[in-house]
Structure formats: structure tokens, C-alpha cells
Design a protein around this ligand. Structure first.
Ligand code: CP3
Length: 344
């Protein structure tokens, strides 16, 4: 089936005449079709708990732009919610936790993670997979253990996650215990997504940028390595390509490659990433600045051509943005961008 998929071929590091295209946050508020469905739900997570609606939302960008991959419609915060931390999405504030991790006992007394609490996600995966053409793979995903820990301790979004940084410095052992529990949960969760039909996995380390080099290794990448290693050694998930998105990490390309991810998703500011060093070691995805899509068509064209030229001979390149599409972007621009890449 999906052997025909140019997305899977690129993830296997094949050099292709036209790169496969998908966009982070390709389903979301920038689309009027999305907003029409979204207005029926007060709480965003209630919408994620409806597998039929998730299927409809995941397919919207595929229908609109004929993209080369679909991504599960859900959120990374389903795992903390399943741990009983009570995740709510508040308008203009983002996620707010009713029971955040505030003290070491909250970690020690955390209920065991039961992957069956997230059955609604696996049902969404199966619905989406069944609705997709066979040559369009479905990406399942999770947040990295570190990024999930940061939201769970901070209790909300933040620019600098100060509370979280203080907590991990003061409670090193318990923080590692929490990260281990999250790593195990991510493994079970992704395994279930694959059993339900996910063809590819993406791990979002969206808050990698707030750690210095040493902490990044100790609190984030070591756990991502354990997670990838567990997936690569499990008969259900061993052949599933894994993409790692780490937001602007303070580390060498080597440290990212050492995680054993099959593909690295580059943040938009990572323009000095040594792509020659990465050659034949990993596939690469990215990394157009989403803000370019707020510019004129001429600017979009110039910047896109620059990027395509840079990755022209790279074996295993997936066209994407360097972070998610934002609500202020016009769908017409997304359509234009997609055509530009295919016509290049
Ligand atoms: O096409 C897709 O990518 C949709 C699936 C998806 C969502 N979130 C839906 C969503 C995916 C893959 C995510 C990942 C996610 N969620 C990340 C990692 C990616 C990244 O941006 O770095 C993170 C950090 C989250 C946590 C999260 N979810 C926040 C902080 C917020 C609120 C801020 C915001 O952007 O609105 C969300 C909400 C969210 N997740 C929305 C969508 C479509 C918007 C909710 C709404 O419609 O009200």
C-alpha cells in the first residue's frame, strides 16, 4: 500500500524529484471549515474526545491542499489529562491544569497510566486511516516526556517555564521519576496508535528551547532516546519511521542525530543546522518560517525557492514549516505555497 507514498520514501532517505509536503498544525483555526466545527464545542479537549469529529478535522487539509501525509487530530496534552491532571483549554489562555504537579508527593502518588483511558484517540486514528487513500500515510504523535512534564508542572503555557525550571532543580530525583513515568506512558500510547493504524510517529519536543545543553541531554534527549529505543525494539512499532521536532535546541546536530530519530524536523530559526553532516544519517523536514505566509506571494516564492534549493540534493527531504500554521494565515497562501513546491 503506502509503499507508493512519497512521504514514506523520503523518510527512508530517498532523494525525490518533488519533496512530499505536509504542514504542522495543518488542521486548525486558520481554516474556516475547522472553525465551523470548533464552534460546536466549548472545551477543545471535548472535541478531541469525539473520534468522528477528529476524523473530519484531520481530513480537511488533505481535501483542501492534497497533502502527502495526514496527522492525527488530537493534542499532546491527552497524556497529562489521562494521568488525572485535569487539562482544560481556556480561550486566549491555552491549556490550564486543574491538578498540576506542585510537590514531590504529586509525582509519587500519580495514578498509574492506563493507555485504555485514551481509547478515543485510537478510535480517531482508525477512523482517519480508513478514510484516507492508501498512499497517504497517517502520522500519530505525542509530546516528548520533557514537554509534557513542563506543562504538567507549570500548569499552563508560559514563555520561560520558570516554575518548572525551579522545580526540576530543587527536586532532581523526583523529576527523573516523573520523566520515566511519562516515557513509559508515551511508549504505550504510541504503540496503541500504531496498532490502530498510524504509519509514522512524530515526537514534539516543543519546549526543548528552555533547557541549556546539559539539561537538554539529561531531562529531555535521554528520555527521547529511551522512548525511540523502546519503539525500535517492539515488534508492533519497530518499522515505524519516527520524526523528532525539537524547538530550537541548544545542541549540536550530532546530539539530535544520536536520538536515533529517522527524521529531524527543523525549527524555522535553525538555519545554521549542518545539513551536510546530517546527510545519509537522517531525513530532514522543514523549515519555512510560518510568518513568511503572512507576506506577499513574491516573498513567499523567493523564500520557498531558497529553501528548496538548499535541500535539492538532500536524500530524504520532507517539505514543511519550521513550526505550526497560525490562525492568522490565509488558506489561499497555504494553497499557493503547496503549488510552488510542486511546480519548482
Ligand atoms: O493538524 C494538526 O497538527 C492538529 C493536531 C495537533 C493539535 N495540537 C491541535 C490543536 C497537534 C499535532 C498538536 C500538538 C501540540 N499541542 C503541540 C506541539 C506542537 C507545537 O506547536 O509545538 C503543543 C505544544 C500543544 C499544546 C497546545 N494545544 C497548546 C499550547 C494549545 C493552545 C495554544 C494554541 O495554539 O491554541 C493547544 C490547542 C490546540 N491544539 C488547537 C489545535 C487545533 C487550537 C485549539 C482551538 O481550536 O481552540
Amino acid at each position: 500500500m503506502s509503499d507508493e507514498s512519497i512521504f514514506l520514501r523520503a523518510l527512508r532517505k530517498e532523494n525525490l524529484p518533488i519533496p512530499p509536503i505536509w504542514y504542522m498544525r495543518q488542521a486548525g483555526r486558520y481554516m474556516p471549515e475547522y472553525r465551523a466545527v470548533r464552534k460546536n464545542f466549548k472545551n477543545f479537549l471535548d472535541m478531541c474526545k469525539n473520534p468522528e469529529v477528529c476524523c473530519e478535522l484531520a481530513l480537511q487539509p488533505i481535501k483542501a491542499f492534497k497533502l502527502d501525509a495526514a496527522i492525527l487530530f488530537s493534542d499532546i496534552l491527552t497524556i497529562p489529562d489521562a494521568f488525572g491532571l485535569g487539562v482544560k483549554f481556556v480561550e486566549n489562555e491555552g491549556p490550564v491544569f486543574q491538578n498540576p504537579i506542585e510537590k514531590v508527593d504529586d509525582i509519587k502518588n500519580l495514578m498509574p497510566f492506563d493507555p485504555e483511558n485514551l481509547t478515543y484517540v485510537y478510535e480517531a486514528v482508525t477512523n482517519i486511516k480508513n478514510a484516507l487513500p492508501s498512499n497517504i500515510p497517517l502520522i500519530g504523535f505525542c509530546g516528548s516526556p520533557w514537554t509534557l512534564a513542563a506543562y504538567s508542572i507549570e500548569g499552563r503555557s508560559s514563555k520561560d517555564f520558570k516554575k518548572t525550571i525551579n522545580f526540576i532543580k530543587e527536586n532532581i530525583d523526583e523529576s527523573h521519576l516523573f520523566l520515566s513515568k511519562l516515557t513509559d506512558a508515551c511508549f504505550l500510547y504510541l504503540r496503541k496508535q500504531v496498532q490502530a493504524g498510524a504509519d509514522v510517529i512524530q515526537i514534539f519536543d516543543s519546549w526543548a528551547n528552555i533547557l541549556d545543553t546539559e539539561d537538554l541531554k539529561n531531562f529531555s534527549f535521554d528520555y527521547i532516546k529511551l522512548l525511540i529505543n523502546a519503539l525500535k525494539n517492539d515488534s508492533v512499532t519497530s518499522n515505524i519511521p519516527i520524526i523528532l521536532f525539537a524547538r530550537d535546541p541548544k545542541c549540536s546536530p550530532g546530539a539530535l542525530i544520536e536520538t536515533s530519530a529517522d527524521c529531524l524536523s527543523l525549527y524555522w530559526s535553525m538555519n545554521d543546522f549542518d545539513i551536510q553532516f546530517a546527510r545519509n544519517k537522517t531525513a530532514l523536514q522543514g523549515n519555512l518560517n510560518p510568518k513568511i505566509l503572512l507576506e506577499s506571494r513574491d516573498v513567499i516564492k523567493t523564500e520557498t525557492h531558497k529553501l528548496l534549493e538548499k535541500f535539492e540534493d538532500f536524500p530524504g527531504y520532507v517539505f514543511n514549516l519550521g513550526h505550526g500554521l497560525t490562525p492568522d494565515i490565509c488558506p489561499e497562501k497555504v494553497k499557493y505555497l503547496t503549488e510552488l513546491v510542486r511546480e519548482y
